[in-house]
Design a protein around this ligand. Structure first.
Ligand SMILES: [Zn+2]
Length: 297
């Protein structure tokens, strides 16, 4: 699937990260640009207006405000407009506290561009907030180039914000698809199986191992479909299909509460809102997009 077909939620940010041009001088120049935009976060929650759009202010409006490190994070250039992100402390009143919303709650109604910008900001802040010290020697890191990476002045190591790869797969048997659910999910909710890629294995091997671990099914013919940046806290979801001839499965209850085969017609009916045989994953998830891709073929 190409970028022209659709934009994966959280992807498609209209930002040039400008990795080469992030000198202190350039960043200070951006901050003085009259069109410069600041997007705001509090504990990973972006500030949005009533329409679900990112709440944007000029960084100058934050003068005197107590912002969390690192500050500011330069997200990139949107055309010629520099876009920065700031993480505010709880007691700040630059904008109403109610504007800061849980991203999962508002992701479904945010404009695609804003969702992608918010996801990038959230993932970066989560990483910097949880990695203030050098993982090798424990010295306080220095944030470099407007939040491109961290540097340890003591042992001279660079630390880059980490992205964790996750294999997420539709297990297909002819026109059937196996979906699972975890305990605590909303009633009737089912989704694609998924698991972190482990050191020493390929994406395909992660898919084969996870399906064996979670439902005891041997799969083959693993195919990549598309991927998604997922800012909870910072995964790269790698969307796959795989095939099996096996009908019977064994649910590993340490991982899943239940799994179930659904036919393509059943999934189509759910997506057409003509059936409630299961509750589909939200539109902003890659599981939703994988299922939509499968039933469109
Ligand atoms: Zn160090």
């Amino acid at each position: 699937m190409t970028k022209d077909d659709f934009i994966m939620p959280f992807a498609g940010a209209p930002l040039d990260h400008d990795e080469e041009g992030r000198t202190m001088e350039a960043l200070n120049g951006h901050l003085q640009n009259k069109d410069c935009e600041a997007v705001l976060f509090m504990d990973g929650r972006p500030a949005v207006n009533e329409q679900g759009q990112l709440w944007k202010i000029h960084p100058n409006e934050l003068k005197g405000t107590n912002v969390a490190e690192p500050a500011p994070v330069f997200l990139g250039l949107n055309g010629k407009t520099p876009v920065f992100a700031f993480s505010l402390a709880d007691d700040q009143a630059v904008i109403p506290k109610e504007a800061f919303q849980e991203m999962r709650m508002i992701a479904g109604r945010m404009p695609a561009d804003d969702l992608a910008i918010a996801g990038r900001g959230r993932a970066l802040f989560q990483w910097f907030h949880h990695h203030p010290f050098c993982s090798a020697c424990g010295t306080k890191n220095t944030v470099m180039n407007g939040g491109l990476y961290s540097h340890c002045d003591n042992c001279n190591r660079d630390h880059f914000p980490r992205v964790n790869p996750v294999a997420i797969m539709l297990i297909l048997r002819g026109d059937h698809c196996l979906l699972g659910r975890s305990a605590g999910w909303p009633d009737g909710a089912f989704s694609a199986l998924a698991g972190f890629v482990s050191p020493g294995e390929s994406i395909e091997e992660a898919c084969i191992r996870e399906t064996q671990e979670e439902v005891g099914i041997d799969v083959r013919n693993v195919k990549y479909v598309f991927s998604q940046p997922w800012p909870f806290p910072s995964q790269l979801m790698i969307g796959l299909t795989c095939e099996t001839e096996q009908t019977d499965f064994t649910v590993n209850t340490n991982e899943l509460e239940k799994a179930q085969w659904f036919t393509k017609d059943e999934v189509k009916a759910v997506f057409a809102k003509q059936s409630e045989v299961f509750l589909r994953p939200p539109r902003f998830t890659i599981a939703h997009q994988l299922l939509r891709h499968w039933i469109s073929k």
